[in-house]
Ligand binder design. Structure first.
Ligand SMILES: *Cc1c(COP(=O)(O)O)cnc(C)c1O
Length: 404
């Protein structure tokens, strides 16, 4: 008889965004005349930049001709893209990462969920709290997290590193030693960052205790401050303790196009075993590569025109971020994030839980945000707004919040 993977049955409730979706759907059904502004889900709204569209068209035409048609992509991804990444994202920033250490994929969500597969189920994971839910849920599905404590909102075998106003939303080294450490900077959901010196402490720690850091740098393009690292490989010793995940979703609007990559340095080991061949094997067995046309589009991200156009696109979103940050501060909210990330993290007004504030905002301002509690227990009392809306809607949302 077939049996299910009963780790799936341990997953509490539904995914955060489906709960939000249901609440919003119910509200709009009850009030069809009201225009809802969504500053909740982290999806982009601006169209693909012209340089990317041109590259896509050209690649599509190549697929129409037997002489230039492409079938299966190479396992690690096309050389032209991996070289562009190595050159621009790493060499250009003084990081020693080579093209053959880069694995092209269809996005960082899948990679962040799949990467745990090459590690033993005995590993103990440490995550920031609040956290991007994928890191925890993928480990639940693998049976790595112990039992769920519904009252506390925590798993018995997960090390939570609270990130709150008290520690400036920067995790502290945990008391208990983890095997795998998930870090995401600039952070989703808090929009916070850590400096290169702060990240160096994590790299030194991981090397000292033999842990592997899984570093999610999906928001790297939003960094505006000098001392914030764009890659963990800017830190000394990261080649022996860190895997880095990147995405084209937030810097180039590929959320519907799908492209990302994972860096596994050749020196990186877990115990005595090198991880690069394991991830290569996993990739080769379970994945047949991102589409050729999409990899060509990714290459265009690194062209001079692509870079210039995307700089403007990121600036467009950051203008929203600044407006939300300043607007809410003016109204007396306690806000953080928004400087190196397209997320604004605010404290809910006195006495309101984050879901209560969600309902309040939906009803009074018809604005959708994301309750902090959905990202972990330390997210309670906080609320996330994203800068990914269009400017006019963002301004209107702010005005409505001001009038609540
Ligand atoms: C959006 C996001 C990603 C990117 O996901 P894709 O699958 O590449 O679209 C990865 N990590 C975090 C924390 C994100 O917010």
């Amino acid at each position: 008889m077939a049996k299910v993977n009963d780790n799936y049955l341990k997953l509490p409730g539904s995914y955060l965004f489906s709960t939000i979706g249901k609440k919003v759907a119910a509200y709009s059904q009850a009030h069809p005349e009201r225009k809802i502004i969504r500053l909740g889900i982290g999806d982009v709204t601006q169209p693909l930049a012209p340089a990317i569209i041109t590259a896509l068209h050209k690649a599509v035409d190549e697929m129409a001709d037997a002489a230039t048609f492409k079938g299966y992509a190479p396992d690690l991804g096309y050389e032209f893209l991996r070289s562009a990444i190595a050159e621009n994202d790493y060499k250009g920033r003084g990081c020693d990462i080579r093209a053959d250490e880069i694995f092209i994929s269809d996005g960082a969500k899948c990679d962040s969920a799949n990467i745990q597969e090459i590690f033993s189920t005995d590993n103990k994971i440490a995550v920031c709290d609040p956290v991007y839910p994928v890191y925890v849920d993928s480990n639940v599905m693998a049976g790595r997290t112990g039992t769920w404590d519904a009252a506390a909102g925590t798993w018995s075998d997960v090390i939570y590193m609270p990130c709150t106003q008290e520690n400036d939303f920067a995790p502290e080294l945990p008391d208990e030693t983890p095997d795998l450490i998930y870090l995401c900077f600039p952070n989703n959901p808090t929009g916070s960052t850590i400096t290169k010196d702060q990240l160096q402490i994590w790299v030194d720690y991981a090397n000292q205790v033999g842990a592997v850091i899984i570093y999610d740098a999906a928001y790297e393009a939003y960094i505006s401050e000098e001392d914030v690292p764009h890659s963990i490989y800017e830190c000394e010793g990261a080649r022996t303790c860190a895997i880095e995940l990147r995405s084209f979703s937030k810097n180039a609007g590929f959320t519907g196009v799908r492209l990302g990559f994972t860096v596994v340095p050749k020196e990186l080991k877990a115990g005595d075993t090198y991880l690069h061949p394991l991830w290569a094997r996993r990739h080769g067995t379970k994945y047949n590569g991102a589409p050729y046309i999409v990899q060509r589009a990714g290459e265009a991200v690194y062209s001079p025109e692509g870079k210039a156009q995307l700089k403007k696109q990121v600036a467009y979103y950051m203008k929203n971020a600044n407006a939300i940050y300043d607007g809410l501060s003016d109204m007396g909210y306690t806000v953080s994030g928004g400087v190196n990330a397209p997320y604004i993290w605010l404290k809910t007004p006195e006495g309101m839980t984050s879901w209560e504030f969600f309902d309040y905002l939906l009803e009074k301002a018809n604005v959708v945000g994301t309750p902090g509690a959905g990202f972990g227990p330390s997210g309670e009392g906080y609320f996330r707004l994203t800068a990914f809306g269009n400017y006019e809607n963002t301004m209107e949302a702010l005005e409505r919040i001001r009038m609540m």
